[in-house]
Structures are given as structure tokens and as C-alpha cells.
Write a protein that binds this ligand. Structure first.
Ligand code: GLA
Length: 381
């Protein structure tokens, strides 16, 4: 085939449509790769994929409507690209091929409603939608958990971010009107009914994404692993920070440098907060839930050091309004969104005041995104 262009996708007869949502995380940040607990869910904003087989042995053609860009590749010659969005797709296909999955040429059109770099996992949505689409198009019979793992591994191997499993798990396994309490060690989960009425979840997107995100992310992971190594010298049974409590950590304070101590302290405390948050939700105690969100942000800002002035501003701004019960940065950090627990009658007014204040402070327009817990990926044929 010659150079790919838009005409190739004219009169596209879709064999399979996949919808792959973004995700929010109520609490439990940077705990997933420490075998801890997280409380995310998929949201009502998504990426749509239209797939068809194209009767070639190995030529695959992908069109991204958002970027108005094409990707063509041969299944026998997959390697990482210099273009980031391509790697999420290529990385997933590579995971299938490593397992000798029987795939032939296919075409795919992708259209996303998810802002990039906002911390709502457009990357996991892209990976998981690709994985679920290819699995279904070629009737490959991999399980949901396999597809979650392929998607996570694609990000490690092709993108280079050593992420945990939260995003991919939430994107695939979430259910409408529920939060998903995931134990990242056992990969077991509990669905927690989400009924916060008259409160809602609101995201405020800083619309900035500092380029530290990937390198600092991997560095945090290494710092935690180093902490575990030192702790293991006294507690050989420990395999991750999940197995460490604050007493154990404090007994070793003099063996750990201050940075490593702060990182470990944050992760252990955040795991405790996730469990407390679930208890508060079950008891319908949204005030306590809000306080836990604020405490999570303090830890991310002061001990884990993954926040930035824009995120801190948005969280601090919330604190002056009683009708906002809690707020925190969400996702990896260094930009992206804050998540706010806010009274539904106050959303319009708050949108106005926070947008004005943020613009005045940073000269940047924030975006406000209302979110509702939704079902994870699904297909239509
Ligand atoms: C990113 C990663 C996740 C998780 C969060 C922080 O979204 O992809 O695995 O570690 O950051 O909680």
C-alpha cells in the first residue's frame, strides 16, 4: 500500500466499536505500584474505536481523528515510535504478539473526548480500548485481567512510564454508579456504591502538564523500592510498602534518609486513608471523606513532592468554601486535574469564582469537568 491518507478510511464499514472511558481516582494516589489500595472509577467521557479486519496478512492502519494523523505498521515489524500516542497502540499489539496471538491486518479509527495530560488516563483508555478491540475482533479469548496487564506492560515497555495497574483496572472493570476499591496486591476489588447526593465530583483541569511527570514518576517508584530494601533488613517478611505500618517505619527512621522516609510515610498513610474513606462513604459521612481528600493532598504536596503551584492553588482555594467538602490533586501529579467534592447547587457559582481566580493567578484558563462514575470499556458489534 502507498502512503496512507484519509480517503482510505472513507465509507468505513465498522465491524466492532469499542468505548473506552477515562478514570478518576477519589483517593489512593501513588499507592498502586506499592501493592496498596486505590479508589478509582471510570467516567462518562471516553475514547471510541471503530475496528475492521482488512484482509491483509499484517498491515494495520490507524487514524486518529483528534490528531488528524495516521499510523501504519506491519505486525512482523513492531518497535517503539518517536510519536507518543502511537506507542500506546504499538505497545499493546506487541504484548499480544509476544503471546503468539493470531492477529492479521486491521484498520481502526480513534476519536477521543478525553483531554490529554489532564490526569484522567487518556493513555490507559487508549491502551485498554486497543486491547479489548483486538481481543474481540480476532476472538483471542484473553481474560479482562490479561488485557489489563498487557495495557499496563505496554506503558512500561513502549512508553517508558513504570506505572501501576490502577488506571487500566479502572478503565476496564468499573461499573456504573460505583467506585472500585482495588487491592493492587491481590488484584481483587470491591464495588462501593456511589451515592453522594447532594454532593458531586468536579474536576478542575489546570491545563498544564509539567514535563517532569514521567521522570519524577519513575523516580518515586525507585525511592519506594529503596525504602522497602532498607526496611527488609529488619523486617525480612516485607515485600512492599503495603506490608509496613507506621510503627515499623518509625522504628527505622534513623536508617532511612529524610526523603525516603517521607515517601514511605506518605504511602503508608495514604493506604490508611483509603480504608478510612471507604468507611466514611459506607457511613455516609462525607465531611470526613472531604477531610481525607485534603489530607491526601497535603501528603502528596509535602511528603511525596508530586504537586505543583497550580494544583496547590486550586486545592487551597477550595478550603475557603464550606460547600466544597474536600479537594486534592489527582493522578501522577505535576499538573493535570484536581478533584473536588462539592455541593451540586454550588457548582455553577464555584466554576465562575475558581476560573476567575485561577486565570488571575496564573494567566491560564482552567477547564471544569463534571464527572459521573460509569461502566468501564464496552463493545458494540
Ligand atoms: C498515574 C499512573 C497510575 C498511578 C497514578 C498515581 O496515573 O498511571 O498507575 O500510579 O499515576 O496514583
Amino acid at each position: 500500500m502507498g502512503t496512507l491518507n484519509k480517503d482510505y478510511f472513507d465509507n468505513f464499514e465498522t465491524e466492532l466499536t469499542v468505548f473506552s472511558p477515562g478514570r478518576i481516582n477519589l483517593i489512593g494516589e501513588h499507592t498502586d505500584y506499592n501493592d496498596g489500595f486505590v479508589l478509582p472509577t471510570a467516567i462518562d467521557k471516553k475514547i471510541s474505536f471503530s475496528f475492521r479486519k482488512n484482509n491483509t496478512a499484517e498491515t494495520c492502519n490507524v487514524y486518529s481523528k483528534n490528531f488528524d494523523a495516521f499510523l501504519q505498521f506491519q505486525l512482523s515489524k513492531i518497535s517503539p515510535s518517536t510519536i507518543e500516542w502511537e506507542n500506546y497502540i504499538l505497545g499493546v499489539i506487541d504484548e499480544f504478539l509476544k503471546r503468539n496471538a493470531s492477529i492479521t491486518g486491521f484498520d481502526c479509527i480513534i476519536h477521543s473526548e478525553l483531554p490529554i495530560g489532564a490526569g484522567i488516563s487518556s493513555s490507559a483508555a487508549l491502551e485498554c480500548g486497543t486491547a479489548i478491540g483486538v481481543n474481540s475482533l480476532f476472538n483471542l479469548q484473553f481474560s479482562s485481567k490479561d488485557l489489563i496487564t498487557f495495557s499496563r506492560d505496554a506503558e512500561h515497555n513502549f512508553v517508558g512510564t513504570k506505572c501501576g495497574v490502577m488506571d487500566q483496572f479502572a478503565v476496564v472493570m468499573s461499573e456504573k454508579d460505583h467506585l472500585l476499591l482495588l487491592d493492587c496486591k491481590t488484584l481483587t476489588h470491591e464495588l462501593i456504591p456511589f451515592n453522594f447526593s447532594p454532593y458531586k465530583l468536579l474536576l478542575v483541569n489546570t491545563n498544564i502538564s509539567h514535563n517532569l511527570a514521567s521522570s519524577e514518576y519513575n523516580k518515586r517508584r525507585e525511592e519506594c523500592e529503596l525504602g522497602v530494601k532498607i526496611i527488609q533488613q529488619n523486617y525480612p517478611e516485607v515485600t512492599s510498602l503495603r506490608d509496613v505500618n507506621l510503627d515499623m517505619l518509625n522504628s527505622l527512621k534513623s536508617d532511612l534518609n529524610e526523603t525516603i522516609y517521607q515517601r514511605c510515610n506518605y504511602v503508608i498513610s495514604e493506604n490508611i486513608r483509603v480504608k478510612q474513606a471507604v468507611k466514611s462513604i459506607k457511613e455516609n459521612d462525607l465531611n470526613s471523606l472531604g477531610m481525607l481528600m485534603y489530607a491526601s493532598h497535603e501528603g502528596l504536596r509535602n511528603s511525596y513532592d508530586v504537586s505543583c503551584p497550580e494544583l496547590d492553588f486550586l486545592v487551597d482555594f477550595s478550603k475557603s468554601y464550606q460547600l466544597v467538602l474536600g479537594a486534592r490533586m489527582m493522578g501522577g501529579g505535576f499538573g493535570g486535574c484536581t478533584i473536588h467534592l462539592i455541593h451540586q447547587d454550588f457548582i455553577d457559582e464555584y466554576t465562575e469564582v475558581v476560573s476567575t481566580a485561577y486565570l488571575k493567578q496564573f494567566g491560564i484558563k482552567a477547564s471544569i469537568i463534571g464527572v459521573n462514575p460509569c461502566q468501564g470499556c464496552f463493545t458494540q458489534s
